[in-house]
Design a protein around this ligand. Sequence first.
Ligand code: DX5
Ligand code: ZN
Length: 216
Amino acid sequence: MNRETLIAPSILSADFSRMGEGIRDINESGADWVHIDIMDGRFVPPITFGHQMVSALRPLTDRVFDVHLMVENPDSQLDAFAGAGADYLTVHQETVVHLHRTLDRIRELGCRPGVSIVPSTPVSLLREVLPLVDLVLIMTVNPGFGGQKMIPACLDKVRELRRLREEKGMEWLVSIDGGVNQGTLGMVREAAPDVLVAGSAFFSAPDRAEFVRNFK
Ligand code: DX5
Ligand code: ZN
């Protein structure tokens, strides 16, 4: 199946003192989703923001909210993020023991379940849960910070997942997150993920609409 590439700017690289303007920039650029990085200072070193930020931004756009939970014990926060208006809710495989339960709960809450893996985690660890998800988020950097250099070997996981999806006739989207910029665009295109998360490259682009057109 041929899918259009979706662009998901990450507000981690927006100006935190003017988050509403960051959303306006995303609206005006023609990007498809808003990627929202939730960090708890435990699974990853920084703390960003919580479900209150998602609620505050929700009225500003009808774009899909792609919430990436980089937190320990995400189960305790699923209800809050669903209530705040998340569309996709993605948890890390490395943070959840009972992934079936977590992913089922996300769907029960009316959101689309996603699962993510860090660069050192192989795709094979997702095998049992792939039938339960709508999104697989491949980290192409070690999570925690914007503006890092992509680890190109992670793009092989995108190819592996696309093969698996084809073989099994599944429908989830494959997203990549970390180091997506003009310099990596060539190898990203070859791997052909469905969704591109871009933080620093999007918010530092002189013309964001052109950035989106170029990456589609
Ligand atoms: C990193 C976050 C990313 C981050 C990507 O842990 O999950 O979403 O915003 O930033 P860039 O695109 O600058 O690598
Ligand atoms: Zn992210």
